[in-house]
Design a protein around this ligand. Structure first.
Ligand code: CMP
Length: 236
């Protein structure tokens, strides 16, 4: 007799159903996947894995936020992606068996669902729809990486920073009395790693925009007060 799903498993199922990657799956298929997964809780700031580590699993963010990026020995960093609930990471090593291509760090206290290659690959083979969505995730990451490369090569810092802020406001923003408030708490270091620049340069640019009324800070959150003016810096 199959046992009914536990409360925690039902919570995981609900979390997976909010994810574009898993949401077309049937409940019993998700339960099958949950049954062969393990949980991993990580405090804010903890390293989940480092670039070059051997990796045989893929992770789904159930709660919290994960930053994927790389750093150099002299402390320079770049953020490749920020992933929230329902998003997956670690799929490169799961698929090609090569070492991790980047570092993954918990940007907040995070709960992950871990899927090992030996259980996930046979599952993928039985679910064509999931293969298709995995390819969509990979294409989306490649497209975003190409755009980021283009931005770094072709745009100066003000345009790159304005573009990143407007994109963050589109993904994580809410209209408030003072403008578009970005719900993520981003330090100047976080922002500098997102635009491949130094913290000092980002700090200087934000100060100029604060003084001219384009942006403001409220309780540690950035507020875009003039999205039209910010857009004009990167749209031509
Ligand atoms: P993996 O190489 O196993 O571990 C690092 C993970 O970071 C990788 O799988 C992807 O999930 C993610 N990643 C690596 N490069 C990028 C990128 N350019 N854009 C988005 N995600 C990436």
């Amino acid at each position: 007799m199959t046992r009914p799903p536990r409360r925690l498993d039902l919570m995981k199922r609900d979390a997976l159903l909010t994810s574009p990657f898993f949401q077309n799956m049937l409940h019993h298929e998700l339960d099958e996947l949950i049954a062969v997964s393990t949980d991993h809780r990580v405090p804010r700031g903890a390293i989940i894995f480092s670039k070059g580590d051997a990796g045989t699993s893929m992770m789904v963010v159930l709660m919290g936020q994960v930053r994927v990026g790389s750093s150099t020995l002299d402390g320079r960093e770049v953020t490749l992606n920020l992933m929230g609930p329902g998003e997956i990471f670690g799929e490169f090593s799961l698929l090609d068996g090569k070492p991790r291509s980047a570092d993954a760090v918990a940007a907040e206290a995070t709960t992950l669902m871990v899927l090992e290659r030996r259980v996930f690959l046979p599952f993928l083979v039985r679910h064509e729809g999931l293969v298709e969505r995995l390819l969509v995730v990979l294409c989306d990451r490649l497209r975003k990486t190409s755009v980021a490369l283009e931005e770094i090569s072709l745009l100066g810092l003000p345009a790159r920073l304005a573009l990143r802020l407007v994109k963050l406001a589109e993904d994580y923003g809410a209209e408030g009395p003072g403008g578009m408030r970005i719900s993520l708490k981003l330090s100047q270091r976080d922002l500098s790693t997102l635009v491949a620049s130094t913290r000092e340069s980002v700090n200087k640019q934000l100060r100029v925009w604060r003084e001219s009324g384009l942006v403001a800070t409220q309780d540690g959150h950035l507020v875009l007060r003039d999205v039209v003016a910010l857009r004009s810096l990167f749209e031509s």
